[in-house]
Design a protein around this ligand. Structure first.
Ligand SMILES: *Cc1c(COP(=O)(O)O)cnc(C)c1O
Length: 398
């Protein structure tokens, strides 16, 4: 294991760990002690990879974006997670975790969701595997993400609106943890990003690492070299970024650029850039950088992109930010909107608003690129779900 991977105690440098209530201690220990042997087994690997191929549609293409390359003075390749079944990278993780749950003898699945994307991915794999599924979602998010709620219900999941707190993602997560505390023996909690108590951040990163596994051989085929000069991705909790960088973490020839959601601007308080504006604390079982008051109360993050407004960022990313392994920048709402229109017009690809936050960094970092530099940017999802937002804001694009 390299120096940016998790250590035996579940930490990435100063971040991570497993701060869980006593009632969950045994459940989390059990997961920690069994997940590696299971996901490293030939049986699991075959089942996972067969489904990634036949059900998710992997490998996702690595696409050379000719016009964008010309514009930004580099060799830009897009890793097309937007082409996966259900429209984003989240299905890779949900599928891996439900296979793990079955191997561990669990019979019931719970999940939290904010924008609804992870809820849909989880409900999807529960339908596939014929397992009962309960999704906790803040009541305000239930209203805002109506289409995804109907999707989950059509897939057979029970969606529970959570009325506590601000009625958003953090409250949905709290309620999922409460459920888990009541049913630790039969229930598996499918967490949607590289967050939560150890071993979840590492488990999710491992399951998403299929992204960089594919980038390696796809780059070898296309450029004759299995590594890029630059990797770029957006960060909410951190899972698509973790998947993109996983197999290059210790390869210092490869520079990493991560994009947080700056909302209306990091100095306005209306932001979701928790790495750049947050402070260290404990949230959902893990020591991370998060947005909080001096008293340790969570500050509601803001971004135009529902998938990026988690109040913290996973421990792996906190560590690579702090140690300087990754450059972390933010893109504001308007910059992300502009980037989405640009990719649409130059390449005919309508990206998710979340992914647009990675694209929006290109004009900010292009000065660091040399013409022959290979840049791989992960398009984490497709923009169908964001069409209303794109149309409502089209006069902001000049
Ligand atoms: C959920 C989501 C994200 C943010 O989550 P990460 O765990 O940071 O990857 C990014 N893009 C899309 C399309 C999403 O659905």
């Amino acid at each position: 294991m390299g120096k940016y991977n998790v250590d035996k105690m579940g930490f990435y440098g100063n971040y991570g760990g497993a701060y869980v209530p006593e009632i969950l201690y045994k459940t989390v220990e059990n997961l920690k002690d069994s997940y590696e042997a299971i996901i490293d087994s030939d049986e699991f690997k075959k089942e996972f990879h067969d489904l990634l191929r036949d059900y998710v549609g992997r490998p996702s293409p690595l696409y050379y974006a000719r016009r964008m390359s010309g514009k930004y003075g580099c060799q830009l390749y897009l890793k097309r997670e937007d082409l996966n079944h259900t429209g984003a990278h989240k299905i890779n993780n949900a599928l891996g975790q439900i296979l793990l749950a079955r191997k561990m003898g669990k019979t019931r699945i719970i999940a939290e969701t904010g924008a609804g994307q992870h809820g849909v991915a989880t409900a999807t794999v529960c339908a596939l595997m014929d397992m009962p599924c309960t999704v906790y979602m803040g009541a305000l998010d239930v209203e805002r993400q109506h289409v995804n709620v109907e999707r989950m219900r059509m897939l057979g999941a029970e969606v529970v609106p959570v009325e506590s707190g601000n009625k958003t993602l953090k409250d949905g997560t709290n309620e999922a943890i409460r459920d888990w505390c009541c049913h630790p023996a039969d229930t598996f909690y499918i967490i949607g990003s590289t967050v939560g108590p150890h071993p979840y951040p590492e488990l999710v990163a491992r399951l998403q690492s299929v992204i960089s596994e594919e980038i390696k051989w796809q780059l070898q085929e296309k450029t004759g070299r299995d590594y890029p000069n630059w990797l770029m991705a957006c960060v909410g909790g951190g899972s698509n970024a973790a998947g993109t960088i996983y197999h290059y973490l210790d390869d210092e020839r490869v520079k990493i650029i991560l994009g947080e959601a700056g909302g209306l601007g990091n100095d306005t308080g209306m932001t979701a850039a928790s790495l750049q504006t947050g402070t260290t604390g404990i949230l959902h079982g893990s020591r991370i950088k998060l947005m909080q008051t001096d008293d340790g109360q969570i500050v509601e993050p803001y971004s135009i992109s529902a998938g990026l407004d988690y109040p913290g960022t996973g421990p792996m990313h906190c560590n690579i930010y702090e140690t300087g392994r990754a450059q972390v920048l933010s893109a504001n709402d308007d910059e992300a909107l502009r980037a989405a229109y640009e990719l649409t017009r130059l390449e005919g690809i309508i990206p998710a608003l979340e992914s647009s936050h990675a694209l929006a960094l290109l004009p900010k970092v292009a000065g660091q690129f040399k013409k022959d530099d290979v840049v791989v940017l992960t398009v984490s999802g497709r923009g169908d779900k964001d069409l209303d937002t794109y149309l409502a804001n089209k006069d902001k694009i000049k």
